[in-house]
Ligand binder design. Sequence first.
Ligand SMILES: [Fe+2]
Length: 344
Amino acid sequence: MTVADVRDLKPGMVIDKDIVNMRTGAILIGSGTVLNRKLILHIKNLGLKEVDIFDEKSFLKEHPEDSLVIKYEKLSDKVENTFNDIKIVKKIILTEISDEVDDLIVELISNNNILGRLKQLEKRDNYTFNHSLDVCMLATMVGKWLGYSQIQLKQLSMAGIFHDIGKLKISDDIINKPEKLTKTEFEIIKKHPIYGYDILNETVGISRNVAIGVLQHHERQDGSGYPYGLKGNEIHEFARIIAICDIYDAMTSNRVYKRKESPFLVAEHLDDESFRNLDPRITRIFLDNISKFYVGSKVKLSNGEVGDIIFVNPQMPTKPIVKVGEKYINFLEEKKLQIVDIIK
Ligand SMILES: [Fe+2]
């Protein structure tokens, strides 16, 4: 924490201690609030001389493990603004998120336990927004495992963030509908990759790879996807990566119309799908790497028992060995039980 003179306040600084009304005790500006020009003016009008500001550098020296959380929060703020801009001014101002994406990539490259952290991050009350950031982070990790260059990673991250941006053009009533969509509604949803492509195509500074990755993220290897029914290598590699991360995150998250699935059931689903409609090589790399993160996790089994994952075979990442009390369950051989949830 540092004490800042109100004359030195700048947009983007973060309040580190609640500013309260001295007379009533009511919180006027809460800790964690990111300052903008309006708030700075408000603070000056309150007659305050100094406020406590969050000092990121010294905080990170003491808590290096929170670095990802801070980078994630910063990107979240910027992406939220960007999504709002699209609804209002109908375009993306790329420079506003560029630095934050670079910072997050550095963090993702150096941080190995990204998956464990991903579900612990404090999420906002907006599924499309959270899902976009999750897919961005997962896709960037896949790019790292594929040996992508810095430039490729940046483009892939951008494609992850914006993969569902076209949904902002579709009514929330359809996007958040808890019941099954009608045929007409699904036809509307199926337009979101094209809407997203159009928005990105008009964005200054965005690579064509990003726009194509977004356009094709619902295409499938066997031609069963949309909007164009492309097959195999006709589909851009970014889109093939995003497809896997998109399915994984959607299935492991709670939605209005369904409860989340266990990552192991989802991994099995991806494994099955990889023979038909996902890129088998990328799916394998994805499953091999993410499964390693689960060693040491506590899991709940379909019979209600709780155990610890003690080994994951890289050849069969969806079938770990779980220790329950004194017994070991090898899911390679176990046919009746399933892992239904990861507790921590
Ligand atoms: Fe999508």
